[in-house]
Design a protein around this ligand. Structure first.
Ligand SMILES: Cc1cc2nc3c(=O)[nH]c(=O)nc-3n(C[C@H](O)[C@H](O)[C@H](O)COP(=O)(O)OP(=O)(O)OC[C@H]3O[C@@H](n4cnc5c(N)ncnc54)[C@H](O)[C@@H]3O)c2cc1C
Length: 446
């Protein structure tokens, strides 16, 4: 592949902001080295599934062509792969052999490099931690073209900085990852309907022995029904439990697509309320159990291609925060009330309960995390600023992979290692090529 530079408009998943950038592709490490020989600011771009500006810069390195599988040990389930491979490609190759991803985000269209750089979390954080916990080792190309092989034993500080480091320590080339053994492609799913927030949180806390749990919250229901929602719990099904289904069958290929941007404003309070009410009442029973394919349990949104276009050309932002468990109950309720009072509804709201995590710069901490989607408009910026103050006062923080607008002071106040992170990146960025993104510039990291 020719290491050719191209000018094009790029964005991440929220389509806000959109920037004109020089993009460079590579499929060999040597081509990347040549590209990094050019002076200036640069950042890696995986599959653009972060929501804001984490992988945007005037010059970006597109990693998707660098995606070969390098090795696999079928006894231990340890795989080594180039960083541009999608989680979807790993699933396709390894589920039929009885191996699954140790941590899955809400979409499988994320690259391995993006999964490490954002230290992504799944529905099993309370028991199995974030993606980085399952990474055995990494190879990273630094700005000067040198390659660092790092792990918990080799260059542990550089390893810790790269996991959750949002691409600022270099371009991750290869990821060696521990997969998880499964007996089938099916998941035993239990759905529990909760008529208010406290009930939903009780359900989370009383059933945390389940491997996977996640809840959908109706942000538009008020009064006694504030925070009503549906908790989904799941376990990989055993061979005995899938009788009647083919153990490792692929999901049906039926897929919808949103072919173009829909008009701005189509998703309004009325349409959202109608949808939420139908969704909430679809389950007649308060608890329902069934066997579902892993695709529909882990990646329901992937069934609709380009669903981000529903929000129109102006784009949308996701506001995802985490709050410590002690303040979480009161704080989530207050935040939901604040959103209701603003008159701005969130179409998608997902609640999870994280377990403990010790890390340098990653997002998770023990407590509740809520992710909310809002179409871009002036009032949303104002609301989010007010929510920032609440999140910070209650000891929480925002997820960098979803952010497009947080300010430097909020980052410094809420990430305990913000200063050390900035210093470490400054040390690494000593040469004429510097890793930085619009996100890192805005937050004063670079
Ligand atoms: C529908 C949907 C659901 C999601 N659900 C979850 C979820 O449940 N949990 C969760 O944690 N996240 C979730 N995400 C966010 C997503 O997992 C992360 O933003 C992830 O980082 C995106 O990876 P990407 O390959 O698209 O990378 P990009 O979005 O292109 O980049 C993300 C960051 O990774 C860096 N990066 C990418 N590749 C490399 C590389 N090779 N070397 C160095 N740095 C690199 C970029 O510089 C950037 O800082 C979701 C996103 C969507 C769209």
């Amino acid at each position: 592949m020719v290491n050719k530079m191209q000018k094009q408009k790029i964005a991440d998943w929220g389509n806000y902001p959109v920037v004109e950038a020089e993009t460079v592709r590579f499929n060999q490490a040597e081509q990347l080295r040549v590209a990094l020989g050019e002076p200036g600011e640069v950042i890696a771009y995986g599959n653009g599934r972060s929501y804001g500006d984490a992988s945007l810069q005037k010059r970006v390195i597109m990693t998707r062509s660098f995606r070969s599988f390098l090795s696999f040990d079928s006894a231990s389930g340890v795989v080594c792969c180039e960083s541009g491979a999608l989680l979807a490609e790993l699933l396709e190759a390894f589920v039929p052999r009885g191996w699954f991803l140790p941590v899955s985000p809400g979409t499988k269209f994320v690259t391995l490099g993006g999964a490490v750089a954002a230290d992504i979390h799944g529905k099993n954080h309370h028991g199995e931690g974030s993606f980085g916990a399952h990474v055995v080792s990494l190879e990273v190309m630094r700005a000067d073209g040198s390659i660092v092989r790092c792990s918990r034993e080799e260059y542990p500080e550089f390893f810790a900085l790269t996991i959750g480091g949002m691409g600022l320590s270099g371009v991750i080339l290869n990821v060696t990852l521990q997969l998880k053994a499964i007996e089938s492609a099916w998941v035993r799913q239990q759905t529990i309907r909760a008529s208010r927030l406290s009930e939903l949180m009780d359900a989370f806390e009383s059933f945390d022995e389940w491997t996977y749990s996640v809840a959908w919250v109706d942000t538009l229901a008020g009064g006694d029904a504030l925070g009503r929602g549906m908790l989904m719990r799941g376990e990989h099904a055993t061979v005995e439990q899938v009788q009647g289904h083919s153990t490792f069958s692929a999901a049906s290929q039926r897929k919808l697509n949103v072919p173009f941007f829909l008009p701005n404003g189509l998703l309004n309070r009325g349409t959202m309320m109608a949808f939420n009410s139908v969704y909430y009442h679809q389950n007649q029973k308060p608890v329902k159990e069934r066997l579902v394919h892993y695709e529909s349990f882990f990646y329901p949104l992937d069934a609709i291609g380009n669903w981000n276009r529903i929000y129109g050309r102006r784009g949308f932002m996701q506001y995802q925060f985490v709050l410590p468990r002690v303040t979480g109950r009161v704080a989530v309720e207050a935040i939901l009330k604040k959103i209701q009072a603003s008159g701005l509804g969130s179409f998608l709201a997902v609640l999870k309960l994280f377990g403990e995590q010790e890390s340098f710069i990653s997002f998770p901490m023990a407590g509740y995390t809520l992710a909310l989607d809002f179409p871009v408009c002036f009032e949303v910026f104002k609301l989010m600023k007010e929510l920032d103050a609440m999140v910070a006062d209650w000891g929480g923080r925002l997820y960098l992979a979803k952010d497009a607008r947080m300010d430097e002071a909020m980052f410094a106040k809420t990430y305990p290692h913000a200063d050390d992170f900035r210093e470490a990146i400054a040390l690494l960025n000593g040469g004429s090529t510097r890793f930085s993104s619009l996100l890192s510039n805005r937050l004063g990291i670079t």
